[in-house]
Structure formats: structure tokens, C-alpha cells
Write a protein that binds this ligand. Structure first.
Ligand SMILES: [Ca+2]
Length: 244
């Protein structure tokens, strides 16, 4: 009776919040998640509309951070906390895990800027692709024949050492993240190119209609791409700075 009474009084939105624990669904185009500091409390869970075992995966996102040794995207299952993990380890090494197998990929030192990263894995062959800012690094092979089972816990900004937890502040993300997408297939070359131009959205998780839950102090902010240079900077603050 109490439950009926409370739900009757609540506005519909709060009723949904209670039911779904403040889960949001939004078109985040032109927005970023801003992670203000390294912590064990600030992160975003992302929730696919349908949970499914994964034998092919593509994940792409953009990030802008002064840090390395940071977890961008962590997918954990009951038995494997590193079922799928994207982890810029240093300026010249990118760590990638699938099915708890670690792969260390040598990469270029990128400018201190927004970086666009795509990782793909195909269980049929085990082939892994890492693309950074439109460049494919030498492919590696891991976990041929493996399938990532359900249930899956998917988190932006923390590295899971158990399903949904086991966070370490030194491995967490601080900075900005945007354009996160996930597919249950391996992107073609043409599709990777279109993702880079924000013209191809994920079929498992899409930045255009993302279901997510924010924990801690993560903010949703407008994406601002901004360079003030030379005369433009001295002459005017307008025109050199755009929100994209
Ligand atoms: Ca882990």
C-alpha cells in the first residue's frame, strides 16, 4: 500500500528514476563526459538495450587527457575482469585485453589533443585491430574461438578488477571523453573512416542514444574544440573556437 501511495505522488520522471536508479538515456552528440579527477568514485556505466554474448566487438571513442596508465573502457564478466579493456599505458604503448589476455601494442606518440581510438576483435580469427587517429597499428591475434559471455559490466573511466568494482584510483581516467560507440561486429575500413567523421553509430551502444548512469562527480558538458593561435588570439576570441 505504501509503495502505491509513494508512486502515486511522485512525478513520472522521478518514478522512472526510482525504478531505474537514475539511468539516463540521451543523445550526447556535441557533449562530453568530463571526469574531473582520478578517483575510485567517478565513472559512467553504459547499458546496452540488449545483453548479448560477444564473439566480435568494435569499440571507438575520443578522449582528451593529460594522463596515461588510464582505463578508457572496461568490460568485465563474472569470471574475467579484463574481458575487453582499452588502456593507454604510456605515450608509446597501448594495452588492450580480450578474454583476460594482455596485448601490448607499440604506438606513435600523439599530440596532446583529442585522440580517436578504435579497437576491434574477431573471435573467428582472433585478429585484433587498434586504430588511433585513423592509423592502423600492426595487428595481433588473441582468444580465437572465445566468446565474451553475459552478464557484462561496461564502464567508462574505471578499470574493473571485479565485475562492477575493484577500482584503483591510479588506473582511473581523468579528462574528457566523447563519441563512444560499440558494435557487435568488426568495422570495415570504410566504416572506421565514417566513425572517425561521426557518421556511423554503434549498434550495441551509441553516443547518439546512450543509456548510461553517472557515478560520482562526472559531468556532461558541451564539447569545445579550441585553439587560440597568433593573430586570432590577439585580435579576437571569436572565430578561432568552436563547439563541435
Ligand atoms: Ca582489471
Amino acid at each position: 500500500l505504501l509503495r502505491v501511495f509513494v508512486f502515486t505522488l511522485l512525478p513520472f520522471a522521478e518514478y522512472l528514476d526510482l525504478l531505474f536508479l537514475h539511468v539516463s538515456c540521451a543523445d550526447l552528440n556535441g557533449k562530453v563526459f568530463l571526469f574531473p579527477k582520478q578517483s575510485t568514485t567517478d565513472y559512467v556505466t553504459v547499458i546496452p538495450s540488449q545483453s548479448q554474448p560477444l564473439s566480435r566487438v568494435s569499440v571507438c571513442l575520443r578522449y582528451y587527457s593529460p594522463l596515461f596508465y588510464i582505463s578508457l573502457f572496461s568490460l568485465a564478466t563474472k569470471n574475467q575482469h579484463n574481458a575487453f579493456l582499452m588502456y593507454p599505458y604510456s605515450e608509446t604503448w597501448f594495452y588492450f585485453y580480450v578474454g583476460h589476455q594482455e596485448l601490448c601494442i607499440r604506438v606513435d606518440k600523439e599530440p596532446f589533443e583529442w585522440n580517436h581510438v578504435c579497437s576491434t576483435w574477431n573471435s573467428d580469427t582472433g585478429v585484433i585491430q587498434l586504430w588511433i587517429n585513423g592509423k592502423l597499428y600492426p595487428r595481433l591475434v588473441a582468444q580465437k574461438g572465445f566468446t565474451i559471455p553475459v552478464p557484462q559490466s561496461m564502464i567508462l573511466g574505471q578499470e574493473q578488477d571485479s565485475c562492477g568494482g575493484g577500482f584503483v584510483a591510479q588506473e582511473s581516467f581523468a579528462g574528457e571523453m566523447t563519441d563512444f560507440h560499440m558494435w557487435n561486429y568488426v568495422l570495415s575500413l570504410e566504416q572506421i573512416h565514417r566513425v572517425f567523421q561521426n557518421q556511423h553509430v554503434g549498434n550495441v551502444l551509441s553516443w547518439s542514444s546512450l543509456t548510461f548512469q553517472i557515478y560520482g562527480a562526472v559531468l556532461v558538458q558541451p564539447k569545445i574544440q579550441c585553439h587560440f593561435q597568433g593573430v586570432e588570439y590577439l585580435g579576437s576570441h571569436s572565430g578561432a573556437c568552436s563547439q563541435i
